[in-house]
Design a protein around this ligand. Structure first.
Ligand SMILES: Cc1cc2nc3c(=O)[nH]c(=O)nc-3n(C[C@H](O)[C@H](O)[C@H](O)COP(=O)(O)O)c2cc1C
Length: 299
């Protein structure tokens, strides 16, 4: 696809996020509590790891990047995600003890999809899900690292939900239409995301959030947002606009590459501290209190 104008959804998203401003409210405020309950489990903050795949061993260290960040997620006590991989790699991630949601690709081989969900359940996954934004590619259905993808109907997604008793997460929702379908098929969470710019001119996830939040009112579906999350302020804005949590992405990579588990821990803990500072400074004592009354959009 050839464009002469700005089309990169990552850049458009970044500009949009930077236009969101925060109003402080100090009087009567105390230091805030960032802990959350998610699918019945207590976590230290509404920050999650990204559903990454294909990370090698950095600087010759024993564990690969996927395992290293999973260990960090366990130590900081945040919900962990992982993406496209074979079962043996998922087992090594599950063995870290991190509470992990396994995001499976929309493989054309539906037997593989089901086998990966089943395996995830057997080795103790916290949840399962699918990134629906990898269905299509330039030549029709996508080809990802040599593997064919295919369409996913609501009935197919419902059948995955019904396969196990694990919470099912649909990743790559950017519209009210898809969000409502996710609620209808029994998904327990969606990730509002454009998968670091899968389509040109994708609506910034934070721009899509308020309408999606409104459409899912009373439907018992958690909303996670990702794309461009790199600071506690980004997490705060996501929560104010309607998300229950935000996932970091490539922003975590420099810390992961240089210092592995310890680096990711420090990075996530920093986000947690920044989030607490902003919550305290805006008068929200707990995560569920945060709303958009402190948000302004720069004209
Ligand atoms: C190296 C790498 C591998 C990824 N692999 C997957 C994957 O297998 N499944 C998936 O759902 N998302 C995958 N993603 C996308 C992330 O989960 C996330 O949606 C995205 O990175 C968010 O955008 P950001 O990096 O700008 O924050 C991958 C991203 C990167 C950088």
């Amino acid at each position: 696809m050839a464009y002469t104008r700005e089309f990169d959804a990552n850049i458009i998203t970044q500009k949009y996020m930077d236009s969101i401003l925060i109003e402080p409210r100090y009087i009567d405020s105390k230091v805030a509590d960032t802990t959350i309950d998610f699918f019945g489990e207590a976590f230290s903050m509404p920050v999650m790891t990204p559903a990454f795949s294909h990370l090698g061993n950095y600087n010759g260290r024993t564990h690969n990047g996927l395992e290293e960040y999973s260990m960090a997620a366990k130590e900081v006590n945040i919900l962990n995600f992982c993406g496209m991989m074979e079962n043996d790699q998922f087992k090594r991630i599950a063995d870290t003890g991190a509470k992990t949601v396994r995001i499976v690709k929309p493989y054309a081989d539906n037997g593989k999809v089901r086998d990966q969900f089943q395996f995830a359940k057997e080795v103790g996954a916290f949840g399962i899900g699918m990134d629906i934004d990898h269905i299509f590619g330039e030549n029709g259905y996508d080809l990802v690292v040599g593997e064919d993808m295919t369409f996913q109907t609501a009935d197919m997604l419902r059948s995955y939900v019904e396969m196990t008793d694990l919470p099912f997460v649909v990743k790559g929702v950017l519209s009210v239409a898809d969000a409502v379908k996710c609620a209808d098929i029994g998904a327990k969470a969606i990730i509002v995301s454009h998968h670091h710019g899968r389509i040109p001119y994708a609506i910034p996830p934070m721009m899509a959030l308020p309408k999606i939040k409104e459409a899912l009112k009373g439907r018992n579906v958690k909303i996670i947002v990702d794309c461009g999350i790199e600071s506690g302020a980004d997490v705060f804005k996501a929560l104010a606009l309607g998300a229950d949590a935000a996932a970091v992405g490539r922003s975590m990579l420099p810390s992961l590459e240089s210092e592995g588990t310890e680096g990711v821990k420090k990075f996530i803990e920093g986000l947690g501290r920044d989030l607490r500072y902003l919550m305290s400074s805006t008068g929200f004592s707990k995560v569920s209190d945060i709303d958009d009354s402190v948000i302004h959009f720069m004209k």
